[in-house]
Design a binder for this molecule. Structure first.
Ligand code: FES
Ligand SMILES: [Fe+2]
Length: 289
């Protein structure tokens, strides 16, 4: 929950990038990185406030959205350790592939991080992450220390984002390929029932998508391996004792057996094709009959 002061502060924030602002700020230094992803994935990632505490769990403990729009988002962020919060917004200039994230309350208030993304080729971009402070640090030692801290943090953040962006691109590419595929057999062999390892998840590609076949409560169940939110990978999600699986990208939860979404944050999982046992072999139907 926001305090009245936090609400007022949030309401006073502009929703567009002021490119002239940096003239009044102290430029501390920058971090430049090439990333093997498309601009579309990068811009999508800038808008994606929800992944912060999941994909970047070592940097952010929680996020509560205050507002969002085509302009970006504003949120209250919990820092690891539990008691510290920051109010942050990330304002996007879509046409220039430029975004500014500003801490406007909490530790580091006034810090602005301006990022310029540039397309190098169809599937490679470069980001120039520029760190600004409201005022110059007391001396060079402090300045070097803060800059190193920020660069180290951004290196980790981009390592983590790369996994998310590349994973999502592969999931999108896979979906396009699958839609183009025709005439497959009607059942796909999962394995010999007596030999199938019950401790692991078996991934089966079908015309209806990618599914996990797993042993749970003395029977085989199948559920989609793809999160319906943004195509996050569910194959490594381990069901808890209630059979709930959690997506690693934004934490949406699903009932593995029924596919129902348990947060009310998105629709359910793609319905799983039928499992079928015959002559000691387990099959998954190749699509929904
Ligand atoms: S992709 Fe967002 S919760 Fe799964
Ligand atoms: Fe991120």
């Amino acid at each position: 929950m926001l305090t009245e002061t936090e609400k007022d502060l949030s309401a006073s924030r502009p929703n567009r990038v002021d490119h002239d602002r940096i003239a009044d700020l102290h430029f501390l230094g920058n971090y430049v990185r090439r990333l093997p992803v498309t601009m579309a994935r990068m811009m999508e990632n800038a808008h994606d406030w929800e992944h912060l505490p999941y994909v970047h769990a070592s940097s952010f403990a929680s996020i509560d959205l205050i507002s969002r729009g085509p302009w970006g988002w504003r949120a209250k962020i919990g820092l690891p350790g539990g008691s510290d919060f920051q109010l942050v917004d990330l304002i996007i200039d879509e046409t220039r592939h430029y975004w500014v994230s500003t801490v406007f309350s909490g530790m580091g208030t006034g810090t602005e991080i301006h990022t310029q993304a540039t397309e190098l080729s169809g599937d490679e971009i470069e980001v120039d992450v520029r760190f600004y402070l409201p005022e110059a640090p007391a001396d060079k030692t402090v300045a070097d220390f803060v800059l190193k801290y920020l660069i180290d943090q951004y290196r980790v953040l981009y390592d983590e984002d790369l996994g998310l962006m590349s994973g999502r691109q592969s999931a999108l590419d896979y979906r396009t390929r699958r839609r183009a595929e025709q005439s497959e057999p009607s059942f796909i062999l999962v394995g010999e029932d007596s030999e199938l390892d019950r401790r692991v998840n078996h991934i089966i590609e079908t015309k209806a998508g990618r599914f996990c076949v797993r042993w749970r409560r003395d029977e085989w169940i199948a559920h989609s391996a793809v999160c319906p939110h943004m195509l996050g990978p569910l194959e490594d999600a381990v069901p808890d004792e209630k059979g709930t699986i959690k997506c690693p990208w934004h934490g949406y939860r699903f009932d593995a057996a029924t596919g129902r979404n348990l947060d009310g944050r998105c629709g359910g999982l793609t319905a799983a094709p039928r499992l079928w046992s015959r002559d000691g072999k387990l099959y998954l139907a190749n699509g929904i009959e």
